[in-house]
Design a protein around this ligand. Structure first.
Ligand SMILES: Nc1nc2c(c(=O)[nH]1)N[C@H]1C(S)=C(S)[C@@H](COP(=O)(O)O)O[C@H]1N2
Ligand SMILES: [Mo]
Length: 204
């Protein structure tokens, strides 16, 4: 899979304890499979032409080919995955580049407050910078020790274990640092901007 797989798997399956006693958020049901949920199907991505970019309110915009991105220091984490439509998949293992790893390289401006993730299918999703500057926000290219399948967002997707899964853009091609909030695809269409599963923040 990756040239640079981390030795240790970080266990983030207990992060629900920040919000209460129940691992499965209210109104969610555990699923055995890994459903695929996309607004418009799986785009075909040319891995040779793929680039990951970070730009906006930063000193040093970054651009990586897929091999260069996979050469960055990596992390592997086990986490639960909660879709706002009601299913939760427990114990997913993702490998990728931590959000903080990118932050370290771009030199984020002091007045940056938000980010917008951009995806190849035209999808976007937003988060406050503070929600990204914490454990668990990963640009994942591996799942269960294999390359991340295309249906689940390969070659690279975002995962956000403390939020509903629509905050994790599949087929991500970049992250834009912003000095004000810009709503993403589902956030513009009535889904919660804050998206905390344990507080059941589904709709805005
Ligand atoms: N680019 C992109 N990312 C996306 C979506 C999408 O339609 N396009 N759907 C979101 C939603 S609503 C969910 S629940 C998860 C689903 O991820 P999965 O298909 O791997 O289960 O991806 C999120 N990321
Ligand atoms: Mo979802």
């Amino acid at each position: 899979m990756a040239e640079n797989v981390a030795e240790e798997t970080e266990d983030l399956t207990d992060l629900y304890r920040e919000y209460g006693d129940d691992r499965i958020p209210p109104g969610q049901r555990e699923t055995d499979g890994f459903p695929v949920l996309s607004k418009s199907g799986t785009p075909s991505v040319d891995h040779g032409a793929y680039t990951f970019e970070a730009w906006g309110a930063v000193d040093e915009p970054q651009r990586y080919s897929l091999p260069a991105f996979r050469d960055l220091p990596s992390a592997t984490q086990r986490q639960d995955f909660h879709c706002v439509t009601g299913w939760s998949k427990l114990d997913c293992t993702f490998t990728g580049v931590r959000f903080s790893e990118i932050v370290d390289r771009v030199g984020v401006h002091d007045d940056a407050t938000h980010v917008l993730f951009h995806a190849i299918d035209g999808y976007t999703t937003n988060l406050p910078l503070a929600a990204c500057n914490r454990e668990g926000v990963l640009f994942a290219y591996g799942y269960d020790g294999e390359d991340l399948p295309a249906d689940h967002g390969g070659p690279v997707r975002v995962v956000t274990p403390h939020k509903y899964a629509y905050k994790g853009a599949k087929w991500v091609e970049g992250v834009e640092f912003l000095t004000e909030r810009t709503l993403g695809y589902w956030e513009k269409r009535g889904y919660s901007d804050t998206a905390n599963p344990w507080n059941e923040e589904r709709y805005s």
